[in-house]
Design a binder for this molecule. Structure first.
Ligand code: 26Q
Length: 824
């Protein structure tokens, strides 16, 4: 017994090795000869998990004993990726584990590669939530993530004849060694039914939600290991379970199968992540998912609060609830319902408590992405919540009427209900009204929030909107993903940067050090070789390691303008063929990213990139100086290989449309130079790395707004006056890249011409090509390029999510670190 206990804690090579053998036999149930790579992964993960449990329970106990204020991060997405390297690295036992496996004749890299990528998110918003979890744990902040345990994560993308095809992502197929099911942590969540009015004990009007359907939310907990392993927080994901009493009635008439069907249906709630990363779909199941996890989370939060407290006035000093976009915004109404209907708190008091507890982060200004649920659906699915929303709205509009002084258009804009057409509930307005702070995710985005979508609300509540520029965790995105560069950095400035990324500024002076530059280049080259091998494996294309790795990896969306990048590729292709005697700088254009399955234009652009790639990559006339690759199935694991290997980072969205971007930060931190518009966090990246060390081009957000307001932009004129653009577009439209179907790309050409080129691809084309030429020219001078690359890495420390989370903690949540050893 005693030995067993030691085995589960020891962090040395021998202890790990013994522990692996024990787990393999007694829990995975295999012997070493029969074990597959996947068996070994489960073995190692379970052994590592053992080493988390004590500290995890310590952390939980510490928070409980100190009755610390907690922050609850409600997010429909957590894009966490793999956890093995993360856990080992944060515990500081990577090398010990490698050696232990070595002694068993196993390759650590193969074991690591057997872990599926947990893709419980679409892109930036979900990955941000995962970075915040890492940063909260690292800084000993009592932070909990709450979300859904989707059975199917974001679909797997494959290419068939160059077209995107989606396959189910079955990440749980072989079990998940990191999670702890909590079958006793179970909450009922209701849907449908109707509301009954009655008189309460003191004769006041009160409401009861009756005849509703019930689903249960069951918790699964995953430990979130902070750097050094001192603090281990919890990610709690909800899974839908049918209630046991579900349909007793059916058994009478022998309709057993019907009851089972119902059970299956109610469990669909947590089946699949919606693959839409911008456009709101209006699907009832999506709305039910939002309410399902929000309600379960709030019930759990109140249960924890009531362990220590009986006065709800204390809730805001013990709990901060952060809404990751409007997806959990129904939580505002749910909190009111729980306080007013279930706990008999008076409306005004309940409203003050709710507002003081909630805060809301906005991630997009795109009108098609703002959630607005049909009133008719909300009143059917959540009848009591619809009443509560009307009540919130009536009280608010009443108060605002005086100030609006007869400006009915203004009142209509402030209303929680969009009365135009079919009536809809504006979830952004609800989130804004029910929160004490509302934040944007970059300086520019926050300014635009104040000027556009939330202009009226900003006037009403001038202190509510605040900026919290996004960040990324340096543990995953530098230390783990880029060991070559990490080791180089640590050899020069020590390892303090891992938890204090600002320390990277000590590298500024190293930019002028020839030896350091040489070593920096060597690290980059190593990463490029690794990516080249990955590209060859995934696509069969051989790329030149000495070419510029020009990288655009992100969701496929028209506003992100992958098309602009591709048009430059076609123009460059033409120039190379026209001028075979010029000594061209070799370029490898690397694309990766998924399109929402219903987003036809995005899928057509993917097909176009693959079609152009096929022609260019096989054309001997360009002498391998240009290659184009589209890597399938971009996810966190692929990003960890791509980010460290990039030379040039494409951040080329139409100015004003990308809220922040976070891939831009990962790439610059890993020493890529940015070519980008003044959009989102690019603006702040320029301020930090210096305008000499970034390639900025294109219209500014203000110029875009003026252009649209003036209505004065004719893409046909722009095309006609730019021969290289015209030629590229003509080639696409005449079927040079799709001879078997010459008209295939007409929808794209249509959008760029008659469609009015909504995203200003043609308007920015010339300046983009100029910036690309500047980049290629600089690449001819490796010393100068490397100097700038080093200055990027050195000055990106501010973009650590540790800094971001600290700002939230101090200015929004008012939570403080709770450390293991309190010597204060
Ligand atoms: C909404 C309703 C129905 C179905 C799906 C959705 C939905 C899902 C995901 C809407 C939006 C998203 C994701 C948005 C997102 O990832 N936004 C990105 O957030 C990043 C983190 O702040 C920013 O850096 C990016 O600029 C922003 O695009």
């Amino acid at each position: 017994y005693k030995t067993r206990e030691i085995e589960r804690r020891s962090l040395d090579v021998d202890g790990l090795k013994r522990s692996f053998l024990e787990w393999l036999v007694y829990s995975v149930g295999k012997d070493a000869r029969a074990a597959t790579r996947r068996d070994w992964f489960h073995t190692v993960a379970l052994s590592v998990r053992d080493r988390l449990v004590d500290r995890w329970m310590d952390t939980t106990r510490r928070y409980y004993q100190e009755d610390a204020k907690r922050v609850y991060y409600l997010s429909l997405e957590f894009l966490i990726g793999r956890l093995l390297t993360n856990s080992l690295s944060n515990l500081g036992i990577m090398e010990e584990c490698r050696q232990a496996l070595d002694r068993l004749g196993l390759s650590m890299d193969e074991v690591i590669d057997a872990e599926p990528d947990a893709a419980l998110g679409n892109g930036g918003l979900g990955r941000l939530a995962a970075c915040f979890l890492d940063s909260m744990a690292t800084q000993a902040l009592p932070g909990y993530g709450y979300g859904i345990r989707y059975e199917f994560g974001l679909f797997e993308q494959r290419f068939e004849h160059g077209w995107q095809v989606e396959y189910p992502e079955q990440w749980l197929q072989f079990g998940n060694p990191w999670e702890f099911p909590r079958p006793e942590v179970l909450y009922p969540v209701q849907f449908y039914g109707r509301v009954e009015e009655f008189r309460d004990s003191v004769g006041e009007k009160a409401y009861r939600w009756v005849d509703a359907e019930r689903v249960l939310a069951m918790a699964y907990d995953t430990p979130v290991v902070g750097y050094s392993g001192e603090t281990i927080n919890t990610l709690r994901l909800w899974s839908a379970r049918a209630t046991r009493d579900f349909n007793f009635g059916h058994f009478n008439d022998g309709a057993y199968m019907k009851a089972v069907e119902q059970k299956v249906l109610s469990e669909n709630l947590s089946r699949v992540l919606y693959p839409n990363d911008a456009t709101e779909t209006g699907k009832e199941l999506r709305f039910k998912q939002e309410y399902f996890f929000t309600s379960a989370s709030l019930q759990d939060i109140l249960r924890r609060f009531l362990q220590h407290h009986n006065n709800f006035d204390d809730l805001p000093s013990k709990a901060a609830i952060q809404l990751n976009d409007t997806h959990p915004a129904i939580g505002i109404a749910e909190m009111m319902r729980l306080l007013v209907d279930q706990h008999a708190v008076r409306w005004d008091r309940a409203w003050d408590i709710t507002r003081a507890t909630f805060a809301y982060t906005n991630h997009t200004l795109l009108p098609e992405a703002l959630e607005a649920w049909p009133v008719r659906m909300v009143e059917r699915v959540l009848p009591r919540h619809m009443q509560i929303i009307y009540e919130i709205n009536a009280r608010f509009l009443n108060r605002s009427k005086a100030r609006a002084a007869g400006d009915n258009a203004r009142l209509a804009r402030l209303s929680l209900i969009d009365e135009r057409g079919d009536r809809r509930v504006r979830m952004g307005n609800l989130a804004f009204l029910g929160s004490h702070k509302v934040n944007g995710v970059s300086a520019l985005h926050t300014d635009l929030m104040k000027q556009t979508v939330f202009a009226d609300f900003h006037q009403e509540f001038p202190d509510r909107i605040t900026n919290k520029t996004n960040g990324i965790t340096p543990r995953r995105w530098l230390k783990q993903a880029n060991p070559a560069l990490s080791e180089l950095i640590t050899s020069r400035i020590g390892d303090g940067w891992i938890h204090d990324l600002g320390q990277l500024t000590s590298l500024v002076e190293k930019a002028d050090d020839v030896v350091f530059r040489e070593e920096f280049r060597r690290a980059k080259r190593k990463n490029k070789k690794r990516l080249a091998a990955y590209i060859a494996r995934q696509t069969g294309v051989e790329v030149q390691v000495d070419s510029i790795f020009d990288v655009q990896v992100k969701r496929m969306h028209e506003y992100k303008r992958q098309l602009l990048n591709l048009l430059h590729a076609v123009a460059l292709y033409n120039e190379m063929r026209d001028n075979p005697m010029v000594s061209w700088v070799p370029v490898t254009k690397i694309f990766a990213g998924k399109a929402a399955p219903s987003y036809h234009m995005a899928k057509l652009i993917i097909k176009l990139i693959n079609d152009v790639a096929k022609v260019v990559n096989h054309d001997p006339a360009v002498h391998d100086n240009l290659k184009i690759v589209y890597l399938p199935n971009y996810n966190v694991t692929a990003a960890e290989i791509i980010m460290p290997a990039a030379d040039l980072s494409e951040q080329i969205s139409t100015a004003g449309l990308e809220a922040s971007g976070t891939g831009n930060m990962k790439l610059a931190l890993n020493g890529a130079l940015t070519i980008g518009t003044l959009d989102g966090a690019n603006v702040e990246i320029r301020e930090h790395v210096g305008s000499d060390n970034i390639f900025i081009f294109g219209l500014t957000a203000e110029e875009v707004a003026d252009l649209k307001a003036g209505g004065g932009f004719n893409p046909r004129e722009v095309i006609a006056s730019n021969p290289s653009l015209k030629r590229a577009l003509d080639m696409i439209s005449t079927g040079v890249f799709s001879p078997e179907d010459p008209n295939r790309y007409h929808p794209i050409l249509q959008a760029l011409t008659d469609g009015g080129d909504h995203f200003l691809v043609t308007a920015d084309f010339a300046d983009y090509c100029r910036a690309q030429e500047a980049a290629m020219e600089l690449y001819r001078d490796p010393e100068e390029w490397t100097r700038k690359a080093i200055l990027n890495t050195a000055n990106m420390g501010w973009f650590s999510s540790d800094r971001t989370v600290n700002e939230y903690a101090q200015e929004i949540w008012e939570v403080k670190p709770v450390r293991a050893v309190d010597d204060g």
